[in-house]
Design a protein. Structure first.
Ligand code: SAM
Length: 273
């Protein structure tokens, strides 16, 4: 798509909701006046989860529903997606987007995911969870402000005191880790994708490191999605960093992003270092 302007330095990328239109129809429509856009990196989590039509899914922190509706499209709108959201206003937005996109397999529910009982009978078939919890959003903010800021590499190394993890990031990281451990309790679960739009290692590799041992005890291993993608987790912060996906706002032409896939059966065991 055309470059959007001086304050959004990356090219824009769109995902086609194939429930509603074909790629060709979308291309024709895009030639009309500028549409809303979806970010390229934010399409990675649903693809990494790789749900099949007919699966039973949970989207743990769903609003406004970009990834929920993407999952429904990947599943050809067959199966089920329970989409939890704890904020009533954001739930309304989720409901509106679900209705507009035709994802009839999606059931939006007002709930604190951490208060949901994964062992309740209605969740006994849940095979996969997409977990895109609240995060610092530092990847999105940075990519919008790159013309003011040092490079992502500097930020990752903590090159500026202002970008070092603070109390808020620490609290978010603990919440994120708690969500992963909670999600791993669904009895039939075999895939879990954890994603953030943060560049803070504490919310990314740090969270994976915090849950890795318990995940392994439950039979989950880190899978390496997108084998051709060159940018992986920051080495030295977690065992199996090369199986994690990072997207760099400076280098990859989209927002800063992070994706981890926990899978049963697939992938080799990661030994604690
Ligand atoms: N995946 C969404 C998308 O692609 O459109 C974006 C999710 S946003 C990063 C995180 C969402 O999780 C927010 O809407 C927030 O209100 C919600 N949330 C935060 N804590 C939650 C909890 N404990 N249970 C359910 N939802 C929660």
């Amino acid at each position: 798509l055309p470059h959007p302007g001086p304050h959004t330095p990356h090219p824009r990328t769109a995902r086609v909701n194939t429930i509603k239109m074909s790629v060709q129809e979308a291309l024709d429509w895009l030639r009309a006046p500028p549409p809303e856009h979806r970010n390229k990196a934010s399409c990675m989590p649903a693809h990494a989860l790789a749900p099949q039509p007919g699966w039973a899914l949970v989207d743990a922190c769903a609003a406004p529903g970009n990834k929920t509706t993407h999952l429904a499209a990947l599943m050809a709108n067959r199966g089920s997606i329970v989409a939890f959201e704890k904020d009533p206003k954001r739930l309304e937005r989720l409901r509106a987007i679900v209705a507009a996109t035709g994802g009839t397999i999606i059931s939006p529910q007002l709930a604190d995911f951490l208060a949901v009982d994964p062992e309740a009978p209605q969740y006994r078939h849940v095979q996969a969870v997409l977990l895109d919890p609240s995060c610092s959003g530092s990847g999105t903010a940075f990519s919008r402000m790159d013309y003011l800021l040092p490079s992502s590499a500097d930020r990752l190394k903590g090159g500026r005191a202002g970008w070092l993890p603070d109390k808020r990031v620490e609290a978010l990281a603990q919440f994120q880790a708690a969500c992963i451990l909670h999600a791993l309790r669904f009895p039939a679960l075999h895939r879990l994708v954890y994603s953030t739009c943060s560049v803070h290692a504490r919310e990314n590799e740090g969270v994976v490191a915090a849950v890795l041992e318990e995940a392994a005890q439950r039979g989950f291993r880190l899978e390496a999605p997108f084998p051709g993608w060159p940018r992986r987790g920051v080495e030295g912060l977690v065992a199996g960093a090369e199986r994690l996906v990072r997207v760099d706002a400076d280098e990859d032409g989209t927002d800063g992003f992070f994706v981890a896939v926990f899978a049963k059966k697939e992938g080799e065991a990661v030994e604690e270092e």
